[in-house]
Design a protein around this ligand. Structure first.
Ligand code: 5AD
Ligand code: FES
Length: 362
């Protein structure tokens, strides 16, 4: 090694071991203030690089070069809620609403299974049309037909009783982003009827019922501060989820936030690395929103510590109507096209897609 290389390495070590960063890397119990200090290091490129390297190394240590894929089936864009940032909120009259029938959902799974998917994610707005009975029937049919597949639900806040029935019917996992762990910030982004306490309680209930649980938040949502992000990290530490979904906030033209700034790609990557370091075994998707903000966003996400990708299996004709934010990618592609495209993208960063259920490691 040349003198200059050696010097650079030492420099890097030194920069990286700035007090707050080295305390973080040692896994010390952080307060909110500590997390804010760590997040302030986003301005320091050396620290960003150092955390990214550490996160990548941890991802490789636990998952090697494996990337898990989940087939997302957006089965309804009806929603009774009115989250102010979301394109399919009930208060948006410009959405062309659709629901998939049980047969249509099963045919998405069929297509997905042939493409190598062994996890299906049923995601939708909070749509009362799919009552417990209908959901249980769909869950049973999918699990009967594909006993070797994991089934994930992402259908919002329900009662403990409903969650229990879905679980008994065979659902394995549940995704429910907490969106923001700060009460005032939650209030700002959601109408009166929704509450952060209820959302957090849902997550704890899901855990108790034996689901593998995913929480998460948007990066750069309106009025978000470093303190809010620090609280998100503290909440995640308390919840200990199996999966954490984060992606940049992207304005939707039919919302009050149409003119807001979108969340930043670099910030999302920085947070992905922090989350990988905090939870080395966590399932961490490189999200579609990240891919929307940057053509190589998902690849960069994998290099920052992510290990999951969730392409769309929804019928092509419905995709553009599941528009949570503007310019969402892959709305014109068939599932098979996305599958091919993803294989190439994942390989371009030295990883490869595996076709197993990809359960959380314990
Ligand atoms: N920008 C980015 N992400 C969004 N979501 C909803 N609306 C937006 C938006 N405008 C995210 C939320 C939700 C997930 C399904 O999509 O975090 O939980
Ligand atoms: Fe859908 Fe690339 S992943 S086209």
């Amino acid at each position: 090694m040349s003198v200059t290389d050696k010097g650079r390495e030492n420099m890097e070590k030194k920069d990286c071991s700035g007090d707050i960063v080295s305390r973080f890397l040692r896994g010390e119990e952080f307060t909110r203030k500590d997390f804010v200090k760590l997040l302030e290091q986003k301005e320091n490129p050396k620290v960003c690089e150092c955390l990214q390297k550490e996160a990548l190394q941890l991802r490789r240590q636990y998952y090697g070069d494996k990337v898990y894929i989940r087939g997302l089936i957006e089965f309804t864009n009806y929603c009774k809620n009115n989250c102010y940032y979301c394109g399919i909120r009930c208060g948006n009259p410009h959405v062309k609403r659709y629901r998939l029938s049980e047969e249509e959902i099963l045919s998405c799974c069929d297509n997905g299974y042939k493409l190598g998917f062994r996890t299906f994610v049923l995601q939708g707005g909070e749509d009362p049309y799919y009552d417990d009975e209908k959901m249980v029937s769909i869950i049973r049919k999918i699990k009967e037909k594909y006993p070797d597949c994991a089934l994930t639900l992402s259908i919002g806040e329900k009662s403990e009783e409903s969650y229990r029935r879905f679980r008994e019917a065979g659902a394995d996992r549940y995704l429910l982003r907490h969106e923001t762990a700060n009460k005032a910030h939650y209030r700002l982004l959601h109408p009166e009827e929704m509450s952060l306490i209820n959302r957090k309680n849902c997550l704890y209930t899901l855990k108790k019922l034996g689901y593998q649980v995913g929480a998460g938040f948007m990066v750069g949502s309106p009025e978000q501060t470093l303190e809010h992000l620090a609280e998100d990290l503290i909440f995640l530490r308390e919840l200990q989820p199996d999966m954490v979904g984060i992606g940049p906030f992207i304005p939707h033209h039919d919302t009050r936030y149409a003119e807001e700034q979108a969340g930043d790609v670099e910030w999302t990557l920085f947070l992905l690395s922090i989350i990988r370091i905090m939870f080395p075994k966590v399932l961490l998707p490189a999200t579609t929103a990240l891919g929307t903000m940057d053509v190589r966003g998902r690849e960069k996400g994998l290099l920052a510590g992510a290990n999951v990708i969730m392409p769309n299996l929804s019928p092509k004709e419905n995709r553009k109507d599941y528009e949570l934010y503007d310019n969402k990618i892959c709305t014109g592609e068939e599932a098979a096209e996305c599958r091919q495209c993803l294989a190439r993208r994942v390989e371009s960063v030295g990883c490869h897609i595996v076709t197993d259920r990809g359960d959380a490691l314990y």
